[in-house]
Ligand binder design. Structure first.
Ligand SMILES: [Zn+2]
Length: 338
């Protein structure tokens, strides 16, 4: 088969790769219905997070089970499944607590931009749908695998509740789906920070009530103006830079909550400023597995359409163009069809 490899900055190749096989009795092999490119894939792609050697790419996936190891009990060949970017046994004490992305047996998926994928700990990692999904649901089901689950965790970590006043920092796919998640959790006001017309439009479709185009101190001032001068109850930080993190902290009311989901790159916080900000900080790799059953159900019942974040669909063989389009911000998120 052919799969996606990153060789260095902006050097993506679609080339011959060994076909995955069952290597542990708890594995499953799935044939992907769709995969996609993550905002976090752009960090190594841009060379900001350099790689030591050619690296297989991809961690968002859904598809049909081809084969399972002999210890796999619940997942069966022929089922349609979605899994998280982090594998989990779903039985250890950390998993039981809802933090499957820090499972004691966790592995990070990294070979999903390919037609076939080996998924370790299949019973704990994968969630099967009741039937094979209709084609039009595939993009939204794929979105539950990471980008929606991550946006959902942002809203959860930031304590979004009915009536909350929410600000979302970042208009990438995660930020946009954080807007959708905050709406589902009953937020009354959702302020999306975005400068791009197409992203503003999607943010409004997903439930944003206000758009703020300013950044930095001016962005903070606008959020305060919109929240009676005190700051938002919940701020969802979906970027991970120093500027966006400071902006998130300064936009939060004393006693408020920040959910931070952008993988931090070069972020360092001033302890004293943080102390006097008087905020709750909660973040980390999203425990997508915790939310998968619920998110799959919301998609299945037509209540949410997170697949709208995919504004570019390409054959998997054109994966390099998919990266370029996202790097140049011509696309919000690229869906790849094997
Ligand atoms: Zn576990």
């Amino acid at each position: 088969m052919q799969g996606t490899m990153l060789y260095g900055p902006r050097d993506i190749r679609f080339e011959d790769r060994p076909e995955p096989t069952i290597t542990k009795s708890t594995d499953a092999i799935i044939r992907l219905s769709a995969t996609c490119i993550c905002g976090s894939d752009l960090w190594p792609y841009r060379g900001i997070q350099p790689i030591a050697q050619p690296t297989p790419m991809g961690h968002e996936y859904c598809g049909i089970v081809e084969d399972v190891g002999r210890e796999v009990k619940n997942i069966k060949p022929g089922q349609f499944v979605v899994g998280s970017f982090a594998t989990s046994d779903n039985t250890c004490v950390i998993c039981k607590d809802g933090y499957q992305s820090s499972c004691v047996h966790r592995e990070f998926m990294s070979t999903a931009q390919a037609p076939l994928l080996r998924v370790p700990l299949a019973d704990g990692t994968l969630v099967a749908t009741s039937d094979l999904p209709p084609k039009e649901l595939i993009p939204s089901l794929l979105a539950t695998s990471d980008v929606l689950g991550t946006g959902w965790f942002a809203a959860y970590a930031a304590n979004v509740k009915p009536g909350s006043k929410v600000a979302v920092v970042g208009d990438g796919a995660v930020g946009l789906l954080a807007v959708l998640s905050a709406k589902q959790m009953g937020a009354e006001r959702i302020i999306a920070m975005s400068r791009h017309a197409s992203r503003q439009k999607l943010a409004r479709e997903f439930g944003a009530t206000d758009i703020v185009t300013e950044r930095g101190d001016q962005g903070v001032a606008r959020i305060r103006e919109l929240t009676n001068g005190i700051g938002a109850d919940s701020v969802l930080e979906c970027v991970g830079t120093q500027e966006s993190t400071i902006q998130a902290i300064n936009s939060t009311r004393p006693g408020g909550y920040i959910g931070y989901l952008g993988v931090p790159h070069g972020v360092s916080l001033d302890g004293e400023k943080l102390f006097f900000a008087h905020v709750h900080l909660h973040g980390g790799p999203a425990p997508v597995r915790r939310y998968l059953p619920k998110l799959i159900e919301l998609v299945w019942d037509g209540k949410i359409k997170p697949g709208k974040v995919f504004d570019l669909t390409l054959p998997l063989a054109q994966v390099a163009e998919g990266y370029r389009a996202m790097d140049e911000r011509r696309a919000i998120k690229t869906l790849l069809r094997p």
